[in-house]
Design a binder for this molecule. Structure first.
Ligand code: C5P
Length: 223
């Protein structure tokens, strides 16, 4: 069975997907981390992704690895642990434009479908229920009020990446999430849109457990 969770930035997608997957014994895939790792690789090798030939060469050999350590996921690129590096400001600033590229999406969509074969999994991202797994058994779409999402993202950066938080304000955070959400929602390839058959959950005033429980109820009604 495949469950998809799509939605806007800082609606809690990753935390919800992780907790849900643990509750029902499914594997969990954070596809944003895949786009971030690919972006990191392009930046690392100073590849101009507008150059089709260079991009193709890079994509043909692109690979990444995920390892679970103490219940946390670690992301590896060329044997380097990039778990923190893919959350850097450079990667965050570049990832949306790179994710909008068709060749990039084709590569990662293929990888995501390969990962789904023969497993029960929760896939979290932007186009999981619309493009990658249109036949998923359960589709969730998370939304939330802008100010709440900005505050959540701000608090997360302060807590996890204090270096990055030094010159960051709440207003900048709000601007950044609005910019990325707008870009993701209006791009030509696989835009972020609500799947018609998705259960929509506004997470603004809900705890993580509340959201997971709502999804578990929908899941229980399917099984
Ligand atoms: O989820 P996260 O914010 O880490 O994702 C980083 C970026 O990757 C998003 O802003 C979006 O541009 C891109 N992305 C995407 N499709 C997905 C997952 C992420 O385009 N399925």
């Amino acid at each position: 069975m495949i469950i998809t969770i799509d939605g806007y930035i800082a609606t809690g997608k990753s935390s919800v997907a992780k907790k849900l997957a643990e509750a029902i014994g499914f594997i969990f895939f954070d596809t944003g981390a895949m786009y971030r790792t690919l972006t990191y690789g392009l930046l690392k090798h100073h590849i101009n992704f507008h150059n089709e030939e260079d991009l193709k060469k890079f994509l043909d050999s692109f690979d990444m690895d995920v390892k679970i350590y103490r219940r946390e996921r670690l992301y590896f690129y060329e044997d380097e642990d990039v778990t923190d590096k893919i959350r850097s400001r450079e990667v965050t600033e570049a990832v949306s434009e790179i994710s909008a590229n068709k060749a990039v999406r084709d590569k990662l969509i293929l990888l995501q479908r390969e990962l789904s074969v023969g497993v029960n999994a929760v896939f979290e991202g932007r186009d999981m229920g619309t493009v990658v797994f249109p036949n998923a058994e359960l589709k969730i779409f998370l939304i939330g009020r802008n100010e709440i999402r900005a505050k959540r993202r701000f608090d997360e950066i302060v807590q996890k990446y204090p270096e990055q938080a030094k010159n960051l304000t709440l207003e900048q955070c709000l601007e950044d999430i609005n910019r990325r959400d707008h870009y993701d929602s209006t791009r030509e390839n696989s835009p972020l849109v609500q799947p018609k058959d998705a259960h929509v959950i506004d997470t603004s005033d809900l705890s993580l457990d509340d959201v997971v429980n709502k999804i578990l109820e929908s899941h229980a009604s399917l099984t």
